[in-house]
Write a protein that binds this ligand. Structure first.
Ligand code: 5AD
Ligand code: SF4
Length: 468
């Protein structure tokens, strides 16, 4: 078959799968169900929306129950724990499949890009039906068709790609907000990180494509977009007609109907003054910056290949706070990178004290095979890392509680996000700085920005009341 482009090809395979699924429905006298489980970051969640969109088109009814006709795990491998979690859950899935031999099990995502993982799956987890990676998520229908037709396991992992496939179906988790990929992959090669190996080289989408997608989303009721990339600050540099991330934000701001714009993740080395300026002037860009620090020690930052020093980082924070005084700043920190001394660790604590983060994701260094850091000497003993990790956590929590208390008693614009699952009659929403507030309200308010009086700061969130 000849196809005009990849999108057309995949749409053809969706139709083919649909016929096979319909035949099966007929035989069973019921609809087929599919359960997509996502591990990892926002990128993976976005990919899962695409996977669910394709499965929906094929005719599968989505379920959260893993007793489904098709279960697809979209995996993460950023830390060893993420991998262990998958192996554990596969054991559980196997038991379900033993009772229902017609069940299909698929694995995709970052973990599948590692050869040793796929080897292990092929050897010890032979009940898996479908394996594919991060570069060919869009090809789910084609791969599933092959599996349905042949009855044989299908494995398709690409080493990389230059292709960006647009215009395939996607089903959003929320009606009012949506992630939008602005770029794929990563070129930074931080020495601890496996992402560049599993997500490939950096590729930016054309700004026109991004704006077109956001306009369509806005027409369908989306009011908040999260622009996604591993390093959004280097967006557009490699395009034929280069454009800066700040310029892209200016264009997104023009899209009618969009009320809030967020983005992640920023790399400090590429954060420009132009970006700070655009954020300060903007009505729609949220006052929030996720700015991974990783370590406060310039010596370790160099070994991590981060391309900034402690002082550079603090200077960016100073500029951000000067231009946008009420900005919420959050971060990622790794404890126990090879060779980390008590002095290095104290530098990290020092930055935390100085920056006063609204919140911080703290991670214990995890050795990822194939990365330069995995080969480094002086891996820090586990007990030392644990002890440092606990001190780090105590400081981070203490500061974020204090930071949350600062807005207590004020009234803030809040995007109403969802019905509160715990307190009857309550809704949950977010401030511009990404903090969460619970307050009495009703479902019809979802997707609207309302004024909420923050009555009480409760550690990391608020209890509030709407004001008219
Ligand atoms: N070990 C621990 N944390 C890691 N991260 C990335 N790689 C590793 C690793 N090998 C953390 C970084 C990154 C976040 C997404 O995960 O802090 O910013
Ligand atoms: Fe996201 Fe990285 Fe995990 Fe992949 S490995 S899901 S890119 S955090």
């Amino acid at each position: 078959m000849e196809f005009k482009n990849e999108t057309e090809k995949q749409k053809y395979y969706m139709k083919q799968c649909r016929s096979l699924v319909q035949a099966k429905e007929h035989k069973l006298g019921r609809k087929l169900t599919a359960c997509v489980v996502t591990f990892g970051c926002q990128m993976n969640f976005k990919d899962s929306e695409k996977l669910i969109g394709i499965l929906d088109e094929i005719g599968y009814v989505q379920t959260v129950d893993e007793h489904a006709d098709l279960v697809l795990y979209n995996t993460c491998t950023v830390r060893e724990n993420a991998n262990l979690k998958i192996y554990g859950r596969l054991g559980y899935l196997h038991k379900i499949k033993e009772k229902n031999p017609d069940m299909l099990i698929g694995l995709c995502g970052c973990m599948m890009q590692e050869k040793h993982v796929v080897d292990k799956l092929n050897k010890s987890y032979r009940f898996i039906d479908l394996i594919f990676g991060t570069h060919n998520v869009f090809a789910l229908a084609e791969l599933l068709y092959e599996r349905l037709l042949t009855g044989h396991k299908v494995e398709s992992i690409w080493d990389g790609t230059t292709e960006i496939v647009e215009d395939l179906p996607s089903i959003q988790k929320y009606d009012f907000k949506c992630g939008v990929n602005i770029m794929y992959g990563c070129n930074n090669f931080c020495t601890y990180c496996i992402v560049p190996y599993v997500r490939g080289r950096e590729r930016s989408r054309e700004p026109e494509e991004i704006i077109k997608e956001i306009e369509t989303l806005a027409q369908n009721g989306v009011v908040e977009v999260m622009l996604l990339g591993q390093n959004v600050n280097s967006y557009g540099k490699t395009l034929e007609h280069p454009i800066s991330f700040a310029e892209l934000l200016r264009r997104v701001e023009q899209v009618e109907g969009i009320k809030r714009i967020r983005f992640m993740t920023s790399h400090p080395k590429d954060l420009s003054d132009e970006l700070i300026e655009v954020m300060a002037e903007s009505e729609k860009i949220c006052k929030q910056m996720h700015l991974p620090l990783q370590s406060g020690s310039s010596r370790l930052l160099e070994k991590m290949n981060r391309h900034y020093t402690k002082e550079d980082y603090l200077e960016i924070v100073r500029k951000l706070r000067k231009a946008i005084p009420d900005i919420g700043i959050t971060t990622d920190i790794i404890v126990g990178f090879p060779g980390e001394t008590e002095e290095d660790f104290k530098e990290t604590l020092d930055v935390i004290e100085k920056v006063q983060y609204d919140s911080a994701f703290t991670f214990i260094y995890s050795k990822r095979s194939g990365t330069p850091a995995a080969e480094m000497e002086n891996q820090v003993p586990e007990d030392v890392v644990k002890e440092r990790f606990n001190r780090l956590l105590a400081l981070v929590n203490d500061i974020s509680q204090k930071k949350t208390a600062v807005l207590e008693g004020t009234t803030q614009p809040v995007m109403v996000e969802e019905v509160n699952g715990k307190i009857e009659g309550y809704m949950t929403g977010r401030l511009s700085n990404n903090a969460v507030v619970h307050f009495p309200g009703c479902q019809s308010m979802i997707g609207k920005i309302v004024q909420v009086h923050l009555k009480e700061a409760k550690g990391f969130y608020y209890m509030g009341e709407m004001v008219d």
